[in-house]
Design a protein. Sequence first.
Length: 326
Amino acid sequence: MLVRTHMHQEVELLKWMILLALAGALTLAFAAGTAGAKELRPPMSEPALLPGEIAELAAPMGVEEAKQPDAQDDVSMRVWRAIDAQHHKDFDTAIELWDAVQMPCETEVWKHVALGQAYLAIGEVDEANVALVMAKELEPKNAVVHYFLGVLRLQQAYLADEWNDAEGPRTMNLVSQTPRDVVPNTKSMYRLTALIELENAITFSPRLHVYKSLVPDDWPTEAAMAPIVHDLLLATHADNFVAKAHNMLGDLHLQRGSLEQAEHHMDNAVAGGLSVVYGYSELAEEYQNAGRHADAMRANLKASQEESGKIAPLRKAWENLRDSVL
């Protein structure tokens, strides 16, 4: 019995050895066949180059990187010098410096704003108009651009004539007059456009980023820090332009007879830190002439807070109170 069992185990072992030998032989044969196939396959040649014209068309479109200025062209220092000259009211020098500096595309609008204010300060209205119109084309919703355009239109209104029929009631009006070529060109039209520009300045003021750098921080410079928009606003006296726009709008609406709007803008100018010296007294007089004595009294009380002399507006406030009761 033991002999039979032993023989059976030897037979099984022999079978497994034969199977392993066959598997090894097949593996060697497959490897040899693959190597032979690789030797028979012809070597792959490198692809030929495309013809010249096709190669140019097939080349990927590259994007030109923005070139930074050379170390010699210190844009930040140039801008600082221009701002400093404008701050010290050396407007001729400021204009020369601004003309010579090449601003980045994203902040070029502020160069034209500075030029517009400098030209306005020296009375060069036409040059100021060119600079500010260019600034408006660059950024149509820039609040400071609209503010200075409003100031420019008021200056043009001061220098302009009026249509004869717009000067007020007359016993005789001219029916024949040679029209001008350019519009707006009359005092009333310039005042209207000034009103629109100043209203836009207030509307767009929340969009303004006063801490935006005028020159990229990674540009080479010797300046300790790059100039920002707020520095330019200080140099051009436009840091409180919203309150100043309200102040001018109060006078414009008062002259147009829009008394409620005039009072609204005067109130906002005072809230912005400005002093409305005689605006409330003139407003109270207009209310009184219209028979609105209660409104006139309110304007007189506001005038007593703004004017140095308190007695006169307080006395008029008492008179308007009496008239409103009677």
